[in-house]
Design a protein around this ligand. Structure first.
Ligand code: EPU
Length: 335
């Protein structure tokens, strides 16, 4: 690879560690730099690069968001509202909040990626989603450079969904978000079985937000591969939601199938279970495979091409569809 190609490699800007290249890379440290980028509408944007799969080289300029800053917007005795720059690392923000005793993010500890990417897919883990604390998303409309603010409601949040993956897709550059956190009487949420077990083992009966964060970190580290060691993008697929009647039919044929009821009377089936049941868990195909401890996570064993990972994802989708008549949707965005 020539030195100029090396400089344009996106390998260190995506947690899958895919060695695709860009036409040009621009590191953005301040929002006002956007005004000076020619042909902004023809650019692609990457935040923490933790929810993308680069299936090919990108024949465009890629803007990497590295903006920083956390500041207080409003505060009283009970709550604090923070404005956080989109280029901040998500887990660093969580740690900052734990240090300062601001509650609300602890269940979402150690999620890879940037603050700006978090509302796009309404990140969530262990019983909490960013929509539970988010007050607003500020953005710049890429075509006009006009500043826009979305309220929580305007973001149209759903399970790993938001307006930024639907009608607003590709139209905005998220600049900062607002989050409202507790300063006392934290709403501790330990309902997720794994957290309860961890706390019980440690004889922790009255958990603090730091205890919950430590529990989540330990659980994640026990089954989710560290992207710095083994390239990955977290859950590759969403957990599918199916009709009750469909589930009832499956339950007769596959009595061990796992499920969770959804508020609207449907059934969520863990994709990890479906994938594992078909023998994919821990199976390696070339330089990629489904992780040995979490079937829902596809990994790069080193040198994998995005196309290879994509082919594996398609094969998994097909086998799940053939056996269970369930269409698995990708959580990861293809670029
Ligand atoms: N399971 C298996 N085999 C597997 C993996 C999971 O059978 O290989 C079954 C088990 O029955 C388990 C159930 O699936 O009890 C749920 O597994 P887990 O608790 O690991 O959670 P998940 O549903 O696989 C979701 C999120 C994760 C989040 C965890 C914890 C999605 C797509 N994924 O995973 O989010 O950390 O719950 O809340 O909703 C991500 O989005 O990137 C992500 C990692």
């Amino acid at each position: 690879m020539s030195p100029s190609n090396t400089n344009k490699s996106l390998k260190k800007y995506n947690t899958f560690g895919i060695a695709a290249s860009a036409k040009e890379i621009i590191l953005l440290s301040e929002i006002k730099q956007l005004e000076h980028i020619p042909n902004l509408t023809g650019c692609s944007f990457i935040g923490g690069g933790s929810n993308i799969l680069l299936t090919d080289d990108i024949d465009r300029t890629v803007v990497i968001n590295q903006t920083r800053g956390i500041c207080t917007v409003a505060e009283d005795e009970d709550y604090i509202e923070l404005a956080v720059a989109s280029g901040e690392n998500w887990h660093d923000l969580v740690l900052y909040c734990i240090e300062n005793n601001f509650g609300g993010l602890e269940n979402m500890s150690l999620i890879p990626g940037s603050v700006g990417a978090a509302p796009m897919q309404n990140i969530g883990a262990y019983g909490k989603e960013i929509k539970d604390v988010l007050t607003y998303v500020s953005a710049v409309e890429i075509e006009t450079l006009k500043k826009v603010r979305f309220t929580n409601e305007a973001c149209e949040f759903g399970y790993r969904e938001s307006i930024f993956k639907k009608t607003a897709k590709g139209k905005y550059f998220i600049t900062d978000i607002g989050i409202r956190l507790t300063k006392r009487d934290h709403k501790i949420n330990t309902s997720y079985g794994d957290i309860e077990n961890y706390l019980k083992e440690g004889n922790i009966t009255n958990p603090t937000i730091r205890n919950v964060s430590n529990a989540v970190i330990a659980i994640r580290q026990s089954k989710l591969p560290d992207p710095a060691v083994l390239g990955n993008s977290g859950s590759f697929f969403k957990n599918p939601i199916i009709e009750q009647a469909h589930f009832n039919t499956l339950k007769i044929k596959f009595p061990d199938i796992k499920s969770y009821p959804t508020p609207d009377g449907k059934v969520k089936v863990p994709a990890g279970w479906l994938i594992e049941s078909l023998g994919w868990k821990g199976k390696r195909v070339g330089n990629t495979g489904s992780h040995a401890k979490q079937a829902l996570v596809l990994v790069n064993y080193g040198g994998a091409k995005g196309k290879e990972v994509h082919a594996l994802a398609l094969a998994i989708q097909k086998s799940v569809l053939d056996t269970y008549q369930i269409q698995l949707d990708m959580e990861v965005n293809l670029m």
